[in-house]
Design a protein around this ligand. Structure first.
Ligand SMILES: NC(=O)C1=CN([C@@H]2O[C@H](COP(=O)(O)OP(=O)(O)OC[C@H]3O[C@@H](n4cnc5c(N)ncnc54)[C@H](O)[C@@H]3O)[C@@H](O)[C@H]2O)C=CC1
Ligand SMILES: O=C(O)CCC(=O)C(=O)O
Length: 515
């Protein structure tokens, strides 16, 4: 299987003349070849022009061909075989089993959206038939359906090299909505991105789709992403990454002559609330599950439980001791890239240096170039409230436990906390009444509330919400995981008194046999 160092512009390959992207193997800290050419402003403009040209023919291709195209992408990704798995492991240091699972999720997402496309519910067809005899005025025939927004820019995420990258959830949902996609590959895994881009290109050719329906550009600096978001032909943006990055893209999109929506998933510390009865009855089990979630994937999940609220009382000391011993059994984690490692180490050091913040326990010492030592800290509620940076996301295997003297302290923290992707409650039956009093505030704070579990490991399904109020995302009305993600890239169009022959297929009257 070839590994192209070139840009993928509408079915053609082009050597990038911008700053090259070099992959680094986090496990060794060494560069791995080849050097991937970075895009120039002209390359980005060409990709966007091709996407704009592809929009109408792609939309016109019909739902069955669109669904078959998504399925073909899934098949072509599977056909990459071990080459893809090995490259992704090399570039991210994520274990092979995780990458295999992620490939399964990626192709599953594409097939899910193929089903969604065929079902057609997303078109949200509404028909108000004409009422010619209505008094005092007749009503016209009014019909509504939804179409894609137009070309979408997708930013691959560092921490999910397949499921949130070139052919991940943003790309699958945009293509399902009828939108061509221009991907900005994440510089942390350029080879993995190139392999998947080749697979998408093959699917485009196999399904005779317009070439501009997919392009992928790369770049070592922010200029490439900025050129993409500000290109007038781009109609929406999907992004998963840092808060600073998401905010920068939102500002660029809002400052355009024609502003566009940015769906950015940014930062979340996913509070875990342990209730008194659950703590008294199973402190050790909750502590073990907490550490397993905190360290999963090196703690590099946006759903990572960065904050845990612990009530004082029976079980609290047992919980802290169990956290300490569960951590002691944890190996050091090799993080995704030198930059992410440096950000984690700085965040962990800042926490350790904060007066009143104590270390509960640590995992194995870090030795390799990108290794991080899993660590949990503890602080009391009053200090947590007084020091704003304690609620910042630390991306990696670092957690903070806040001791809450009473239910009011826990409720107060949740009133003040920023928007989150998830909030998890650990409760026994006897805690349900107390949990119920908190639910209204929790619903306002998070996209997903879960009981006796942790947010890591998101199910891809119809009812999933992987979103939440700012800063978890830029738009809390949306999700980036599950079939509802298609909503982000659609727009309603209303047709009034349109002759049947001019109506789009979805809005035409059905015969009894078709209904
Ligand atoms: N909460 C979450 O879901 C995640 C959070 N992170 C956080 O982000 C940090 C850095 O990780 P990355 O994944 O590299 O995220 P990042 O936000 O730095 O970069 C993501 C993508 O956006 C582009 N980009 C970033 N800022 C830009 C700007 N101002 N203009 C144009 N393009 C821009 C980058 O080139 C890259 O392609 C991590 O240390 C972590 O703190 C990372 C991944 C997921
Ligand atoms: O846990 C998941 O599946 C979603 C994770 C995610 O969106 C992220 O870590 O960026």
């Amino acid at each position: 299987m070839s590994l192209s160092p070139d840009l993928f512009i509408a079915g053609t390959r082009r050597a990038g003349r911008g700053d090259p992207v070099h992959a680094v193997a986090p496990a060794t800290g060494e560069r791995i070849g080849p050097a991937f050419g970075g895009a120039t402003a002209e390359d980005v403009a060409d990709a966007c022009a091709a996407a704009a040209a592809a929009f109408r023919p792609y939309r016109a291709a019909g739902l069955e061909r669109r669904a078959a195209f998504l399925e073909a992408i899934a098949e072509e990704i599977e056909a990459l075989g071990d080459t893809l798995i090995e490259r992704a492991v090399l570039e991210t240091a994520l274990p092979p089993a995780r990458i295999l699972g992620e490939r399964g999720r990626t192709v599953g997402q594409l097939r899910l959206f193929a089903r969604v496309v065929r079902q057609g519910d997303w078109q949200e067809v509404r028909i108000d038939p004409a009422l010619p005899d209505r008094q005092p005025a007749p009503r016209p025939d009014i019909r509504m359906g939804r179409i894609g927004l137009g070309p979408v820019a997708v930013f691959g995420a560092s921490n999910f090299p397949l499921a949130f990258s070139v052919a991940g959830g943003d790309t699958a949902s945009a293509l399902a909505a009828g939108c061509p996609v221009v991907v900005k590959a994440h510089p942390g895994h350029p080879g993995t991105s190139a392999l998947v881009a080749e697979a998408v290109d093959r699917a485009v050719a196999r399904c005779a789709m317009p070439a501009g329906v997919f392009s992928m550009v790369a770049g070592a600096n922010h200029a490439v992403g900025a050129a993409l978001v500000t290109d007038e032909r781009i109609c929406a943006v999907g992004f998963t990454g840092s808060r600073a990055g998401g905010l920068a893209l939102m500002a660029l999109a809002a400052a355009r002559p024609r502003p566009i929506p940015v769906y950015a998933e940014m930062s979340s510390i996913n509070p875990v609330l342990v209730f008194p009865h659950a703590l008294a009855s199973r402190a050790e089990a909750v502590a073990n599950a907490y550490i397993a979630s905190l360290t999963l994937g090196g703690g590099q999940f946006c759903t990572n439980p960065g904050l845990l609220l612990l009530p004082e009382g029976p079980g609290a000391e047992t919980f802290l001791r169990a956290v300490e011993s569960a951590l002691a059994a944890q190996p050091a984690a090799t993080l995704l890239s030198p930059a992410i490692h440096a950000a984690h180490q700085a965040g962990q050091a800042a926490l350790a240096a904060t007066p009143g913040v104590d270390c509960i326990g640590t995992g194995a010492e870090a030795r390799g170039p990108c290794e991080a030592r899993p660590t949990a800290f503890v602080v009391d509620a009053a200090r947590f409230d007084a020091i704003p940076h304690l609620s910042d996301e630390i991306f990696g295997p670092t957690g903070l436990v806040v001791r809450c003297p009473d239910a009011a302290a826990m409720a107060g923290i949740m009133e003040r906390i920023e928007g989150q992707l998830t909030i998890a409650l650990h409760i026994d039956a006897a805690d349900e009444e107390a949990a119920a009093t908190l639910l209204p505030v929790l619903e306002e704070k998070a996209g997903r509330l879960l009981v006796n579990g942790f947010g890591t490991g998101v199910e891809v399904c119809d009812a999933m919400v992987h979103g939440g109020p700012f800063p978890a995302t830029s738009d809390g009305r949306s999700t980036s995981v599950g079939s509802y993600a298609i909503e982000r890239f659609l727009r309603p169009v209303c047709y009034q008194d349109m002759p049947p022959a001019l109506l789009p297929e979805m809005l035409r009257d059905r015969t009894p046999q078709q209904a």
